[in-house]
Design a protein. Structure first.
Length: 77
């Protein structure tokens, strides 16, 4: 696993802790030496962060909707 294309395919699983140690070490070492792949990692981390925030917001909105519906039922009685 030395080429940038192989590394870029492995960045996501590496960030998620899904790679066995030898592969994870190879990805880490490559990212320390390759600015282009490191930028790919940065962009993927940013995307992961944005998506996590969107899912958390969606969960919050869903919880608020369920709460408000329950509150309406209580106050309607």
């Amino acid at each position: 696993m030395n080429s940038c294309s192989e590394i870029r395919e492995s960045i996501g699983p590496w960030l998620d802790g899904e790679l066995p140690n030898p592969q994870a070490d190879a990805v880490r070492a490559h990212l320390e030496a390759c600015l282009e792949c490191c930028e790919e990692r940065r962009q993927l981390e940013k995307l992961n962060s944005v998506m996590k925030g969107a899912f958390e917001l969606a969960d919050y909105q869903l919880d608020a909707l369920v709460f408000s519906r329950g509150l309406r039922r209580i106050t309607a009685k």
